[in-house]
Design a protein around this ligand. Structure first.
Ligand SMILES: [Zn+2]
Length: 111
């Protein structure tokens, strides 16, 4: 067992656990506050934690979590491909359908 992630947002803790298990990585959650007396401890002691059961999965899990965190930092709105006009999730850098990159902001061109 190795601790991979902690956050005081329990929903995110569960999200990470589910994401790891979806990829076949066995994970467990722990709530730091279960082991402490409420009100007398720093906030970090009350964080939810995700532990990977098999330490061999640690690096994979770590990479998935950092990718998830990057993706959630970049919460772009969905965009419409200018080539095939499909709607593309904001987290995709290119069109899922035709691999076109999003159109640069128009310079001197009006549609
Ligand atoms: Zn496209």
């Amino acid at each position: 067992m190795k601790k991979i992630y902690s956050n005081n947002n329990i929903a995110l803790v569960w999200h990470v656990k589910n994401m790891l298990e979806h990829q076949g990585i066995e994970a467990k959650t722990r709530n730091g506050s279960l082991y402490s007396v409420a009100g007398e401890l720093p906030v970090t002691e009350c964080m939810g934690e995700v532990w990977v059961v098999n330490a061999l999965n640690y690096q994979t899990a770590e990479r998935m979590i950092s990718e998830m965190e990057l993706a959630s930092l970049a919460e772009f709105d969905a965009w419409v491909c200018h080539v095939c006009h499909e709607e593309v999730e904001g987290s995709f850098a290119v069109c899922w359908n035709c691999q076109a990159a999003p159109k640069e902001p128009a310079t001197g061109v009006t549609e």
